[in-house]
Write a protein that binds this ligand. Structure first.
Ligand code: NAG
Length: 187
């Protein structure tokens, strides 16, 4: 009797496994769900404001490297950001979104950042759409290129790159304004 029950249980197990394998997960979807839209290349320029000083910083250090392994490159430091993105270099110019994420000092040899951030747009038809930038930023180089690895909303299926150029850097306060030229393919 026990043996019969055992065989029954085993066969139940196998049927449920094969049932799962037969399941249509994932399924192929007709690309027409994108409508008649063609992939297009969009370029825009924004200024990214890293505000460290003052009463309302938009960039705050959340990790300090342990002092016993301190490197002159600051290796190990992590900052969270919610930085304004504006159309002009002045902070008072039109704000079109924010850069939310973090950057970390990821090089033991030089000042080399790992940037991981979402550009969250709040302007016109782009309101609520995002692109995700993740890459290496050697901040003392004139031009730094980083990949756009994805997007949402109007930027679904986004891929592309950004080029960052430091516009101003205040050595005293640590505040920086960086020009970002964004080139993104999307539907
Ligand atoms: C963007 O969308 C939010 C929420 O849907 C809304 O409150 C806001 O007014 C919109 N901003 C613009 C500039 O359209």
């Amino acid at each position: 009797m026990a043996a019969v029950f055992y065989i029954f249980a085993i066969s139940l197990l196998f049927s449920s496994i094969s049932g799962e394998l037969q399941n249509d997960f994932p399924t192929v979807v007709d690309a027409k769900m994108l409508g008649s839209r063609k992939e297009k290349l969009t370029h825009f320029r924004v200024y990214w404001h890293d505000i460290i000083s003052g009463k309302n910083p938009t960039s705050i250090r959340v990790v300090n490297p342990p002092s016993n392994v301190a490197a002159s490159s600051g290796f190990g430091m992590v900052s969270m950001i919610d930085n304004p993105l504006t159309t002009g270099p002045e902070l008072s110019s039109k704000m079109v979104g924010r850069a939310q994420g973090f950057y970390a000092l990821a090089s033991q040899e030089e000042i080399g950042l790992l940037m991981t951030m979402n550009f969250v747009f709040a302007e016109g038809k782009y309101n609520g759409s995002t692109i995700t930038v993740m890459g290496r930023n050697a901040v003392f180089n004139k031009v730094r290129e980083m990949p756009v690895i994805g997007g949402s909303g109007l930027f679904r299926f986004a891929r592309g790159y950004v080029q960052a150029r430091t516009h101003t850097f205040d050595l005293k306060s640590g505040d920086a304004t960086v020009e970002y030229n964004v080139y993104v393919l999307h539907y």
